[in-house]
Design a protein around this ligand. Structure first.
Ligand SMILES: *[C@@H]1O[C@H](CO)[C@@H](O)[C@H](O)[C@H]1NC(C)=O
Ligand SMILES: *[C@@H]1O[C@H](CO)[C@@H](O)[C@H](O)[C@H]1NC(C)=O
Ligand SMILES: *[C@@H]1O[C@H](CO)[C@@H](O)[C@H](O)[C@H]1NC(C)=O
Ligand SMILES: *[C@@H]1O[C@H](CO)[C@@H](O)[C@H](O)[C@H]1NC(C)=O
Ligand SMILES: *[C@@H]1O[C@H](CO)[C@@H](O)[C@H](O)[C@H]1NC(C)=O
Ligand SMILES: *[C@@H]1O[C@H](CO)[C@@H](O)[C@H](O)[C@H]1NC(C)=O
Length: 429
């Protein structure tokens, strides 16, 4: 009986499950599509270097207006910084599907398309829109808002209806706003940005550690850029008594632990789930954190606790700074007891813990939002339990916009995990 069951699982159910999981991966890969066209290698390379390729792959119903290598040289010869190049290229990604046929059939002779430049919020006013016009002679012109009409449709390069269309235009779209200089990484005042955007306490703490401050500054100027996860002021304020008890080297390690020596946009965080090294990772000191997206939210976790990203202070390659709802605690410096005040056991652990939750867990989950270990930190300062504490929890969750109740993707994962567990138990029979 057990054997039969096992066979059934192996031959039917597991493949279906794997298929279900596979469907969630992206359908197109702009890098691969363009790699079939060597005369667009320069454009393709820059899409990768600016991480716009990730952004494009994540979306559907999209049009990429590419230029060939000779037209690219007009752009690359200008000495633009990587973040300016990113702005310019993001203007070349239309958030609608236009293949050769659809371009010729634009109703009324013209259409206005929003671009990724507009969508990222980097474009002032409507400068991130592109006006597509069919001219009298039938050629199709593309003109960015506030720019001149000097770019024209040449031909279709790749069409995957209606997910992605890659078309060739003869030259880069001219836009003063997209090509405006952005901040130089050396001039990026990390603590200044934090001070102004809700991470004042953390910024001050960082400034008080000379060595940690230097590590941050060096990292943002390093090859990979930097991503910082600074705790919001209330959370950091509550944490300060614990911080003050650390020795100086531990304080330094803690501060360095909250930054990663790689630039990650929000999209990249959502697609790069898993453990990451931090500025504190050195030799035997792992000081890793794990990134995991939860529907549209991004959580960070260690063995000790889970925190959620609630705001983006800056996202400008090579630097991004995100605010978290609570202080992420490295397991190297804190014991799990730091959060033991939490009434039910936190939904703990690393990715590997997927195996842990038992069948019963799914029920528990539906009933109520997962108890967030974050709350327990707060409780260490406000011993009040009962109704008072509960009210706090509710507001904290609302403030962070955290919907911890099972969302679509999470429900799917929970289902799959529970099923896998179920199978695992049969397996052992
Ligand atoms: C288009 O995208 C959807 C959603 O990502 C995907 O399911 C579908 O397979 C894609 N179509 C093609 C032709 O790649
Ligand atoms: C896209 O294709 C490129 C080149 O084939 C490959 O290096 C890259 O890993 C692919 N990206 C994804 C997300 O599959
Ligand atoms: C696009 O530009 C043309 C010419 O500048 C203008 O006549 C047309 O109204 C514009 N189309 C839209 C949709 O804004
Ligand atoms: C548009 O053309 C005018 C005149 O040729 C020129 O002065 C201006 O700089 C151009 N604007 C852009 C954004 O290229
Ligand atoms: C690149 O595109 C331009 C504009 O369409 C064209 O004149 C030129 O011949 C192309 N160069 C190559 C090498 O295809
Ligand atoms: C960074 O900003 C803070 C606050 O605005 C300011 O006090 C500090 O002097 C600035 N640092 C640098 C290096 O500009």
């Amino acid at each position: 009986m057990a054997k039969k069951m096992r066979e059934t699982i192996t031959s039917y159910i597991l493949p279906i499950l794997l298929l279900l999981l596979a469907v969630q991966t992206n359908a197109h890969n702009v890098t691969r599509l363009l790699s079939h066209h060597p005369s667009f290698s320069s454009f393709n390379h820059l899409l990768t270097k600016t991480y716009l390729a990730d952004e494009i792959n994540r979306r559907t119903t999209i049009t990429v207006c590419a230029v060939n290598n000779s037209a690219m040289s007009a752009l690359t010869s200008k000495g633009y910084t990587i973040s300016t190049l990113k702005h310019i290229l993001s203007l070349h990604v239309l958030l609608d599907y236009f293949d050769a046929k659809k371009l010729q059939q634009i109703g009324g002779g013209s259409a206005l398309a929003a671009t990724l430049f507009q969508a990222t919020g980097d474009a002032p006013e409507t400068t991130g829109f592109v006006n597509i016009t069919i001219l009298r002679d039938g050629t199709v012109g593309l003109r960015p808002d506030g720019g001149n009409l000097s770019s024209f449709f040449v031909k279709s390069i790749e069409e995957v209806p209606y997910n992605i269309s890659i078309i060739q235009i003869n030259r880069i779209l001219p836009s003063d706003t997209a090509s405006a200089p952005t901040r130089d990484p050396e001039e990026m005042n990390i603590t200044g940005i934090m001070l102004a955007r809700g991470c004042k306490v953390f910024a001050e703490t960082l400034l008080s550690s000379h060595r940690a401050s230097i590590t941050y500054q060096e990292s943002v100027q390093g090859l990979g850029g930097m991503t910082v996860f600074c705790p919001g002021d209330d959370a950091m304020e509550r944490f300060l008594p614990k911080y003050k008890k650390l020795t100086a080297p531990k304080k330094e390690a803690f501060l360095q632990f909250l930054a990663v020596p790689t630039y990650y946009s929000m999209t990249m965080l959502k697609t790069n789930n898993g453990p990451m090294n931090t500025l504190a990772t050195y030799g035997a000191n792992k000081f890793q954190l794990t990134v995991q997206n939860d529907g549209d939210k991004v959580n960070l976790k260690t063995r000790i606790n889970i925190v959620q990203i609630v705001d983006t202070l800056i996202d400008e390659q090579p630097l991004s700074i995100y605010r978290t709802d609570e202080v992420l605690l490295p397991k190297e410096l804190f014991k799990a007891s730091a959060v033991e005040a939490s009434p039910p056991a936190p939904e703990d652990g690393d990715v590997a813990d997927c195996q842990k939750p038992s069948k019963g867990k799914a029920n528990g989950k539906k009933k109520k939002a997962a108890p967030s270990p974050d709350d327990s930190l707060g409780e260490s300062d406000s011993p009040a339990e009962g109704p008072d504490g509960e009210a706090d929890d509710v507001t904290a969750d609302e403030a962070s916009g955290a919907v911890r109740i099972v969302g679509g993707a999470k429900a799917g994962l929970v289902l799959v995990v529970s099923l896998l567990n179920l199978f695992a138990s049969f397996w052992l029979l």
